[in-house]
Each structure stands twice: as C-alpha cells, then as structure tokens.
Design a protein around this ligand. Structure first.
Ligand code: DX5
Ligand code: ZN
Length: 224
C-alpha cells in the first residue's frame, strides 16, 4: 500500500495547524518536514520550534528530511523535539553506518536519502540496517520542481534488492509527485510518496490526497 506523505514546506505557515488538520481528515498517517540549512542546499526552512509546535498539535508521525551538512549534531536535537523518522543524505555522511545506528539509538526510524546523481549500489552496505531509503526525484532545495523520471528506475532497483536479500526497509520518494505520476510511482514499488505542492497548493488538499491514493491503489491492483 502506498502512503501519501504531505510535505508542509508547501503549506501556509501562518495557518499551519489548519493545513495539518486537512491532511489528518484525508487519513494521512505521516507528514514530511524539510529541514534545510542554506549550505547543503541553497535554501533555509525550519528549525526545532516548528517540530515542537507540530508535535504538540498532532500525533501524526513526523518524518524529518535533513538537507543539512551536519546531521550527526542535529539529528538527536530534532528527535528530542519530536521527530519520529529522520533521514540523512548519503552525500554528506562520512560515517553513514554510525549515523544510522545513532538515529536508531535515539529512538527514531533511520532513513538514508540519495540525490538524483547518486546511484543505488552505493547503499549496498547499509540496506540491512536502514528503516527506509528516500529517493530524491528532484534536486533538493525547493518545492514545486519537475519530477525526474529516472528516479523510478532507482526505486525498482531498490525494490529488487530488497526482495532478493529478504530485507524490509520502506522506499520513499520525494519531489514532483502528483496526480500525473502517482500511478507510475506506485507501480515502481514506492511505499511512502511525499507530496508538497500537489497537496497544499491544490484547491482542496483532502480531495487531492484521496484522489492520489485511489489512483495509486488502482495502479497496483491492475496486473499487466
Ligand atoms: C525538496 C523537498 C521536498 C519538497 C517536495 O527539496 O525535499 O520534500 O517539499 O515538494 P513538491 O512535492 O512540491 O515537489
Ligand atoms: Zn523532502
């Protein structure tokens, strides 16, 4: 089953509670928080005050995507603030095995993210210890970008390696996901589909989520 994971980066921060309430209404179980430091990516977003405020507001799982240069320092701080899942970029981790274990030791699910230019085979030695792998389907830093189709080949490769090795990590995709590609995303083997603009910039986020879920379910149930 595919879960739609709304990214609050595309929400209205002045009415964040109301926006989150809408996605709860649609049956969402998890929301995505994009943490950017202005170094790893050319943009800033939010710090722990937002995590704490959202944590007080909802019981939804809080999925933190750390687009920052120093995840070893900040992952524990975000977990203390309320993060349930924390993903770190392969491209910045010098001791990835240690970082993954550190996140798990702090009580969160640990994910590893790969940018569009990073191949799946580089994750071979951590697939057995991660809780999820996040495939970037845009270059990180901004919402509302165009989906990069090659990301689906990477998802299929991860799904194949997972089944060959009998592993159980989840596969997440992030960037440019919407009604026009959710069927392909689901068929490729994605478990968690992050959606920012296609949810919060839609006329009605509840309808947008439900409709994408329906399309995804139909896509997986049709055998070709
Ligand atoms: C991009 C972020 C994404 C972004 C997705 O760097 O990691 O999570 O918010 O936004 P959309 O769905 O608009 O591409
Ligand atoms: Zn993200």
């Amino acid at each position: 089953m595919v879960h739609i994971v709304p990214s609050i980066f595309a929400a209205d921060f002045l009415t964040l509670g109301a926006d989150i309430q809408r996605v709860v209404e649609a049956g969402t179980r998890m929301i995505h928080l994009d943490i950017m430091d202005g170094h790893f990516v050319p943009n800033f977003t939010m710090g722990t005050p937002i995590t704490e405020a959202v944590r007080r507001f909802t019981q939804l799982k809080l999925d933190h995507h750390l687009m920052i240069e120093d995840p070893d320092t900040y992952a524990p701080i975000f977990i203390k603030a309320g993060a349930d899942c924390v993903s770190v970029h392969y491209e910045v981790c010098r001791n990835l095995d240690r970082t993954v274990h550190m996140i798990k030791d702090h009580g969160a699910l640990a994910g590893v993210v790969i940018n569009p230019h990073t191949p799946v085979f580089l994750l071979e030695n951590v697939l057995a210890i991660v809780d999820y792998v996040l495939v970037m389907s845009v270059n990180p830093g901004y919402g509302g970008q165009i989906f990069i189709p090659n990301s689906l080949n990477k998802v299929r490769e991860l799904a194949r390696r997972r089944s060959e090795r009998g592993l159980s990590f989840s596969i997440e995709i992030d960037g440019g996901v919407g009604p026009e590609n959710i069927a392909d995303v689901a068929r490729a083997g994605v478990d968690w589909a992050v959606a920012g603009s296609s949810v919060f910039r839609a006329p009605d986020p509840v309808t947008a989520i439900r409709s994408m879920l329906r399309t995804a379910e139909e896509a997986i149930s049709v055998k070709v």
